[in-house]
Design a binder for this molecule. Structure first.
Ligand SMILES: NC(=O)C1=CN([C@@H]2O[C@H](COP(=O)(O)OP(=O)(O)OC[C@H]3O[C@@H](n4cnc5c(N)ncnc54)[C@H](O)[C@@H]3O)[C@@H](O)[C@H]2O)C=CC1
Ligand SMILES: NCC(=O)COP(=O)(O)O
Length: 337
């Protein structure tokens, strides 16, 4: 069984040090084997800054699992990365993008079982000409390039007690009402329902759908999107035997009793989905992309430039992302065999 690929993400953020910390905790945490698509010199430099002297080995995806116990396996990139914690450099952008692209190539070719991505600094990449809002959309584009099929990548945050999916993702709040469509809600609802069954093993997923406006629009008096866009989308999903229900007022969707009524909440915009799950379990939550022809997970946090290089970044979310990637890849392999 192939091992997991981990893309290094933004080198000036906490990615390199949470990778190092996760590898150091591999035995205690029973972490599945992985290799880093990155730069061994950068990882050694970051370890040195933290007063650590860890063995790092340059290797290949095929040999990484056998090396994992004794050293942190690194599959080197063609682009060089500079270690400057807290000070992102545009010069690193090519390597950051290469790591993601190479990870997808490895998974598609069967050299890796799944891809785990460390956080990128979106603005740094935009300034270097990167034209995708984030990993999610870039991975959809790469997947289409490999398969020739249209791919709708769907962001889901999954924590111990809550899964949430933003229907609109990386866009200005002012643009959300105008861009929200019935088709978008239906497409994402279908993918969530399918992947909860096929990847997460939930036989009959229950999908709560939030409203957009306060009180889900208060019968149209506080906005009409809930009635005109969200409700018809739910009806379509239900007609397809998907157990979606709502639109529900978002302010009462996430308390403990409410959470027990669904397996995932389909939310209308980024913060509506991400605030509750990160507030409940910042260190345990994982970002997973549904709808791709391969498994991709990521820690829920970002680059955390404010603490990069200080040795205080917690690796738990990355470790959960690694464990989930392994579990999902194994589920998919079991179903296919
Ligand atoms: N998957 C990805 O590539 C993601 C990338 N980002 C990017 O990260 C950058 C910074 O985003 P922010 O909103 O500031 O969020 P952030 O998650 O980087 O930081 C928010 C706060 O949480 C703290 N924090 C984050 N992770 C931590 C950890 N593992 N241990 C201890 N403290 C931690 C930080 O120090 C900071 O105070 C942005 O450019 C954003 O686009 C954000 C989220 C996900
Ligand atoms: N806020 C979530 C986030 O920014 C992660 O985005 P992506 O890079 O996984 O698409």
């Amino acid at each position: 069984m192939p091992t997991l690929a981990v893309s290094i993400g933004e080198p000036s953020g906490i990615g390199p040090e949470v990778i190092i910390a996760a590898w150091r905790m591999r035995k205690a945490a029973a972490l599945p084997a992985f290799y880093v698509l990155g730069d061994a010199a950068l990882l050694a430099a970051r370890a040195g800054r933290l007063g650590l002297n860890i063995p790092i080995v340059e290797t290949t995806p095929a040999e990484a699992a056998a090396r994992f116990d004794a050293a942190l396996p690194v599959v080197p990139l063609e682009n060089w990365l500079v270690d400057a914690p807290g000070a992102p450099a545009q010069a690193n952008a090519a390597g950051v993008i290469e790591a993601i692209r190479r990870g997808v190539e490895d998974v598609v070719a069967g050299r890796a079982a799944a891809l785990v991505t460390c956080p990128i600094a979106k603005k740094v990449l935009y300034d270097a000409g990167f034209s995708f809002p984030g990993h999610t959309e870039f991975l959809g584009h790469l997947a289409k390039g490999h398969t020739g099929k249209t791919v709708i990548p769907v962001m889901m945050l999954t924590g111990p007690d809550l899964r949430t999916v933003p229907v609109t993702v990386h866009q200005a709040l002012a643009e959300v009402p105008g861009s929200l469509t019935r088709e978008m809600i239906e497409e994402k609802g279908r993918i969530v329902a399918r992947d909860l069954v096929e990847r997460f093993g939930i036989a009959a997923p229950r999908i709560a759908v939030s409203g957009l406006n306060p009180h889900a629009g208060e019968e149209g008096s506080m906005g009409r999107e809930d009635i005109e866009i969200i409700k018809p989308a739910i009806e379509t999903l239900r007609a397809e035997a998907i157990n979606a229900f709502g639109p529900l007022p978002a302010d009462t969707l996430f308390h403990k009793a409410a959470r027990s009524a669904y397996d995932a909440a389909l939310c209308m915009y980024h913060d509506q989905a991400l605030i509750p799950v990160k507030t409940l379990a910042f260190d345990e939550t994982v970002n997973v992309t549904l709808g791709l022809p391969f498994i991709r997970t990521s820690p829920d946090h970002g680059t955390a430039f404010d603490i990069a290089g200080k040795g205080v970044a917690r690796p738990q979310s990355l470790m959960e992302a690694i464990k989930l990637a392994r579990r999902l890849a194994d589920n998919v392999a079991r179903t296919a065999s």
